[in-house]
Design a protein. Sequence first.
Length: 633
Amino acid sequence: MCGITGVFAFNLVGKFSKINVAAATQALSSRGPDFQDIHVDEWVCLGHRRLSIIDTRAIAHQPMWDESKRYCIIFNGEIFNFRELRQELTQKGISFITESDTEVLLKLYIQYSEGCLSKLNGFFSFCIYDQVEQTLFLARDRFGIKPLLYLFDEDKFLFASEMKSLLAYGIDKEIDHASLFTYLQLNYIPAPDTIFTRVKKLMPGHWVRIASRQLVAGRYYEIPYNRSIEQQEKLSYEAAKDKFKYLLEESVKRRLVSDVPLGTFLSGGVDSSVITALASRHKPDLHTFSIGFTDEKFFDETSYATAVAKKFNTHHTVFPLSNKDMYEHVHSVLDYLDEPFADSSAIAVYLLSKETRRHATVALSGDGADELLGGYNKHTAFYRCLHMSWKENAATTFGPLWKILPKSRHAPFSNSVRQLSRFAEGALLSSRERYWRWAGFANESVAGKLLSKETHTKSLLSYQSRKNELLKTIPEKESMNDILLTDMHVVLANDMLTKVDLMSMANGLEVRVPFLDYEVVNFLFSLPEDYKIDGQMGKKILQDSFKDTLPPELYNRPKKGFEVPLLKWLRSEMKSEIRDSLLSEKFIREQGIFEFSEIKKLKRRLFSLNPGDVHARIWGLVVFQSWWKKWMM
């Protein structure tokens, strides 16, 4: 795992960016704490920060050249089938001087050009420079596990693993108002857009080639999914379980290759427990890591994690964290963010990564299972909406009542009212609008009111077309598989994977995700939706496949997840910071982006008896304002 950045100058103006490549590379130091090197020639600069995982010797450092000195690669990620690919190339007479997957990838590209991408099983973003043809080729993995951002104009092409690296080049920082409007609804910004108008994210499963001052883009992968039930896999449920277990175990085995200490995250939920169970079959000395939430007993799942660790005889470590411990790291998380990103569970992932890094350099996680198999509460809501009974009709009928009752996540009754209110609201919407509403924390009307009239008007120029593109996989009459496919493109790639990459890389930890092996994903999207979710259970095929493997108390246990105590923090520890700085009237009016009267209403509601989801929306504003103060002032 590493950080990459580079410049391709097209003229003398573009060459000025070359002076910043060292600073841009240094900005990625947490992603690659083990080594830094830079290649500079007349028109191209390539910078690399290395986190040594496979073949940790100096001979495997990057930028790496082939023997002819024509091709050079900088690479972030891992290719898990590199040994098989190396053997394939060796049979063609190609020799190697390292034991690294980087050299295999470089020589695979030399042999097959962009055709190499379909052969790769791994997660990656990389750049290959052809010094003779004067071209750059860049690609990103199938599901967007590893990030890649770029800026392309008439003078230059810049790219980097993180925005902070691009900012080191002194780029133009014009705010993209449509991205801001979307962020105020979702708490993140979906690819290909970013908070800046001129910076883009390379989409998952895509590549770009820069040649003769032109950018040519292509797509090499999309999830193979056919809406027609007749075209879906004709496997019985029992046969599907057997094949799923085989594919997932093979995926885990591939992800155990490492020349440095490796373990697994073990939350106590079924996803990470399955990964741990499979890993323990092939790594007898497996280490597992959990967080214990000492002040939030409802969310604390360490007893389940301990039961799993005991059953599979792992070396288990629990990191007990109080709310105070978490709050002490809030500003470390805010300081690391170089684009507004307000998924508050990032704080817990940051702490888990920080503590795990003391013991291991690589960790396997259960990420991706919820999006693939319908594991979130919203998926249950979608299922019920698609299979309405008298209960769902009643919940919708009483929508006006839910609106006036107190709503909060922090008490059982008020949380139930909150969920019923969201369900009633969504059930009355069209399929696409329902998805958009349930994906976010604020609807378009509420988010629009937060923006000044000028800012909101600018945001509407491209917002709707972007939204339509994000929701294009949802037909007028949707199925659960349509919802899961959209989650893979929208939520997984832009929220969940972004969160894990940022927070793990902030601590120099590589996180591998076995559920997102493309063979596993392809298979699961060939199955009928009722193999994944029904009226009684989400992640059905996962739970049934490993029912006899895991401790019995994990079977069909309600999903808890974890939410940091935002409401408490915003009302107490962060109160003065909100009032006197980040959301103060003086700062808001000087900034000229937001409508202070609406922010004032949000702050008033924060301290009311009926806060609802307001803390998530205020957290989004706090993250944005903190980001603005660091990067825009």
